[in-house]
Design a protein around this ligand. Sequence first.
Ligand SMILES: [Zn+2]
Length: 338
Amino acid sequence: MKFEKEIEDIKNEILSELNLSSSKKEIEDIRIKYLGRKGIITQRLKDIKNLDPKVRPRHGKVLNILKSTIEEELERKGQEVPKESREEERFFDYTMPGDRRWLGHLHPLTTTMDEIVDVFVRMGFTVKYGPDVETEFYNFEALNMPKDHPSRDIQDTFYLENNLLLRTQTSPVQIRVMESRKPPVRIISPGRCYRVDNFDSSHSPVFHQIEGLYVDKNVTLSNLIGTLNTFAKAIFGESTRTKLTPHYFPFTEPSAEVHVSCPFCKEKGCTTCKHTGWIEIMGCGMVHPEVFRKVGYDPDKYTGFAFGMGIERVCMPRYGIHDMRLFFENDQRFIHQF
Ligand SMILES: [Zn+2]
């Protein structure tokens, strides 16, 4: 009867463990310890087949009684466990609102660029992209900036090895397009540009531009002005006026700077327009005959206009942003405002 005594001891041990348990978790641990796949009772039942055939039936019966007794006790104890202890298992509260997904957000420069592109696409322009790393020919020479031109100063341009450089403007794209096909050409080219510059509230060594080019027979300055007026009204509001003031660019003649009436103060003067009522947003002009010659267009046959603007400079007055650095710091709190 040694076996029966041993099983009786095991049973008492389990019952006292159960007695001390006070949570679903503890009860489950006891079940696993004795009745789990590698539990003590389970193991004993498996071992029966190795026993002397004479004692097998007796041992099997005793073990099976123990097993069902323990199962009953576990069940009973499970019902008995105080409610609070059972609550701790129900950590999932179905009435809680779900976690809100943190959606990505377009950068204000991207949205502004997209809107500008849209305006010109509606006017019949197609979008063209070019490489950020350029040769001196495309970035300067073809744009009527010969070797001694001040814009080629090493202090303004990031030069790389093998006569390559980071483009200082998106104009090289115009040259690449004109080289590749005959007029009419009507394109805009958005992209990043680079200049050796301070990183302060109104400068950045990397910035974004959109350039436009329209070449055909009989393209005139009034075509340019009409295009720019349409653009300004679409981006800054229907009541916006534009004003051209004479300027100099090597690749256009005549050249002008384009100002729009301040959308905030309606020309009365405010901090955004530095109390002038006007904001300078881009440069423009009629394509220089020399540029046409470089790409093999006949300047007596074709005329064209070109314009270029900094996206940051358009974006800042639109949203009342006073520090250009905010665009590049990737502070989510800034970006999520737009
Ligand atoms: Zn103003």
